[in-house]
Design a protein around this ligand. Structure first.
Ligand code: NAD
Length: 401
């Protein structure tokens, strides 16, 4: 054997030995990994009534009802959507039942309303709607819900008397009337802000409200404010935000308007921050051109809170956060919390905002009853709300002609 041949044999033998050592090492590591896995998985799963995660199967026949039914087991916000459908349908079921003051969930205040109502009614126009239903449904939404096409879903609920009281912010009032005068327009999120200013287009997300719409609205409103001032002086009318909105609903006399139907159906619309928008700008101007008009927010808070206090049961459907969300829940503290509730918003809880506060936080304030099953959908409401209405009110609420 050559010297080279000896060297090759030695190298081979060395290699084999290394491989064996590597394999022993690998086996050792595999054993450790196996032990670790066993440790992680050592607890046997305990689930009562297990439900399989399974989404919609497009191989079969398609229907939107089946698609939405499948959301229940799809997980994430799809499941929250399905839970919200169930919660709103419970609200509707409760509302369609005859008024039941003997039910154990009814508050003492609600039981005492009948005896008190004769004395109270003289002071409050809205007592006529208290306890006319077994479940008073409060609908709340941010201004932009009227800016966008969610307005038409809200219109459907109000026209058909499916909700009992509304809370929104100033933009959510004025833009409904403006749309009866001139349409809002589709725009783009990317439309340049400077160009938009030059073009007289006020941008809300990917929609525009042209300047003309504001001009028309403010001219119209000024004349009504003049008349309201006369009525304040001559008939001693104490105007409140809800009375102002009711009056505007009457004056617009337009079937496309949410607040025309609210006026027609005697649905109060509360807007505690009524000055934060074009209505406020016009009130500011009017206070110089024809001073003296007063808008009383105290009378409205009495109306709103008493509506909740004396209600048999209550439900809340709240799109977005801010004032609309808090005002409804705050009123429901008067009755130890709302019975049914659904929230759709993009708010997050980590910043301590009320917009982002989860239902779990609302329990702590007595805004939601401890035995209630509130649902929050994290998402943008312009597309979630019409879908929710399609699976709830549009299906299960009889429409009276
Ligand atoms: N078109 C408008 O938005 C408009 C017009 C005029 C005046 N304003 C005024 O601006 C002020 C602030 O408006 P606001 O209080 O109505 O609410 P906002 O627009 O400040 O929203 C409050 C919170 O609601 C949630 N939210 C908003 N839009 C949502 C959506 N599409 N889907 C899901 N969640 C959403 C977010 O968490 C947001 O932080 C008000 O005083 C209002 O009158 C608004």
């Amino acid at each position: 054997m050559s010297v080279n041949g000896v060297n090759e044999s030695l190298a081979l033998a060395k290699n084999l030995q290394n491989k064996n050592t590597d394999q022993q090492m690998n086996n050792k590591i595999a054993q450790l990994v196996n032990d670790a896995f066993e440790k992680v998985m050592e607890i046997d799963a305990k689930v009562e009534n297990p439900v399989e995660v399974r989404g919609f199967n497009f191989e079969g026949s398609f229907s939107y009802d089946k698609l939405f039914d499948s959301f229940k087991t799809t997980g994430f916000q799809a499941t929250s959507f399905a839970n919200a459908v169930e919660e709103i349908n419970k609200m509707i079921e409760c509302k369609l039942k005859p008024v039941d003051l003997d039910c154990d969930k009814v508050t003492q205040a609600a039981k005492e309303f009948e005896a008190m109502s004769a004395k109270l009614a003289a002071n409050n126009e809205y007592f006529s709607i208290v306890q006319q239903t077994n479940c008073t449904i409060f609908l709340g939404y941010t201004s932009n819900m009227i800016s966008c096409g969610a307005r038409e879903s809200i219109h459907f609920l109000v026209k058909n008397k499916m909700v009992d009281a509304i809370v929104t912010t100033c933009g959510g009032i004025e833009e409904d009337f403006m749309k009866c005068m001139k349409p809002s327009l589709m725009g783009s999120y990317d439309y340049d802000g400077v160009q938009s200013r030059i073009d007289g287009l006020n941008r809300i997300g990917n929609t525009f409200v042209p300047n003309d719409n504001y001009r028309l609205f403010e001219e119209w409103l000024l004349k009504i404010l003049d008349q309201m001032l006369i009525e304040q002086k001559e008939q001693n009318i104490n105007w409140t935000p809800s009375k102002l909105i009711n009056r505007l609903g009457k004056e617009i006399n337009h079937h496309d308007s949410v607040y025309y139907w609210a006026y027609k159906n005697n649905i109060p619309v509360f807007c505690p921050a009524v000055t934060d928008g074009a209505i406020g700008d016009t009130l500011f101007y009017h206070a110089f051109t024809n001073p003296g008009l007063r808008i009383d927010i105290v009378e409205d808070i009495q109306r709103m809170d008493l509506l909740a206090l004396f209600a048999v049961n209550t439900g809340a459907i709240i799109l977005g956060g801010g004032t609309s969300k808090h005002h409804i829940l705050n009123a429901n503290c008067m009755r130890n919390g709302v019975n049914f509730s659904v929230f759709i918003n993009t708010g997050q809880p980590f910043d301590g905002s009320d917009s982002g506060a989860q239902p779990n936080e609302a329990y702590s304030w007595a805004k939601i009853r401890l035995d209630a099953a509130p649902v929050k959908i994290y998402g943008e409401a312009s597309f979630i709300f019409p879908l929710l209405v399609s699976q709830t009110f549009a299906k299960n609420f009889p429409i009276k002609n």
